[in-house]
Design a protein around this ligand. Structure first.
Ligand code: NAP
Length: 246
């Protein structure tokens, strides 16, 4: 039931972190993987090589999702994908009153507009095929914004809401759209702050599981949601947070 053979997955932001772990999990289940990164980085090439060394059919694509033309080009290059994992995002901190227009626009373009453009590009072809999976990697911040993450949190909430409409629009066509909401996951993004024990130790104490998550902790649920085992689950938001939201 967890086999994804004959499927093709575009996982945005899969050069590193959560996206890479998701891509490898889907690849191990038989999907062809379209890796993606903002730049043609060593990390992206390493992720591709790691997949290919396991016998996973894979390609790498580069696109700055903050740029509409690049985003549309990525969609065209990856048009055959029937699994879309919206994982890439940018995250910047600031009090609402201090957020400049340029940074606000960068966050909206990269985190939300690109997701809309990709869902608009892939949803109809998935529906025409009669099978598709759209997964948004959200955040616990969508419901409970952390201090100084207002814009990031708002984009996550908007993206989650977009999944609800996508879920309803294409449910009858075999396409599901779901969100996973990670808590604190140890990746490059937060390696600096989590290396500071005075910040990390009290934060860890607030998590019932008493540990930070790993990128791999996020991959299993995405694999399940992409598989036929979860074909009747759509519009869900599944926390991957060690109980942090309880
Ligand atoms: N880590 C956490 O604690 C946590 C918690 C909740 C939710 N999340 C969400 O989970 C997702 C993955 O997080 P992560 O921690 O694995 O992130 P990460 O390690 O910072 O990796 C970010 C990925 O996004 C790509 N990316 C960044 N800017 C981009 C742009 N402008 N255009 C296209 N791609 C871009 C990066 O590509 P390059 O390698 O080319 O830069 C990289 O592949 C994000 O949506 C994040 O919001 C993370």
């Amino acid at each position: 039931m967890l086999s994804l053979s004959s499927h093709i997955a575009l996982v945005t932001g899969s050069s590193r972190g959560i996206g890479r772990a998701i891509a490898l999990a889907l690849g191990r289940a038989g999907a062809k993987i379209l890796f993606h990164g903002a730049t043609d980085s060593a990390a992206l090439r390493d992720a591709l090589a790691a997949a290919q060394s396991e016998g996973i059919e894979a390609e790498a694509h580069v696109a700055d999702l903050g740029d509409a033309t690049s985003c549309d080009r990525l969609a065209a290059e990856c048009a055959a994908a029937d699994i879309l994992v919206l994982n890439a995002s940018v995250q910047s901190y600031g009090h609402v009153a201090d957020f400049g227009n340029e940074e606000f626009d960068r966050m909206v373009n990269t985190n939300l507009r690109s997701s809309f453009r990709l869902v608009r590009a892939f949803g109809p072809s998935m529906a025409a095929k009669g099978w598709g999976r759209i997964i948004s990697v959200g955040s616990v911040n969508a419901g409970h914004p952390a201090p100084r993450l207002a814009i990031y949190a708002a984009m996550k909430a908007a993206q989650k809401n977009m999944m609800l409409t996508a879920a309803k629009e294409w449910a009858a066509n075999g396409v599901t759209a779901n969100t996973i909401s990670p808590g604190v996951i140890a990746t490059d993004r937060n390696s600096k702050v989590l290396a500071d024990a005075s910040f990390a130790d009290p934060l860890r104490e607030t998590i019932p599981a008493k540990r930070f998550g790993t990128a791999e902790d996020c991959a299993g649920i995405v694999l399940a949601l992409c598989s036929d085992a979860c074909s009747y689950i759509t519009g869900a938001d599944i926390p991957v947070d060690g109980g942090m939201g309880l």
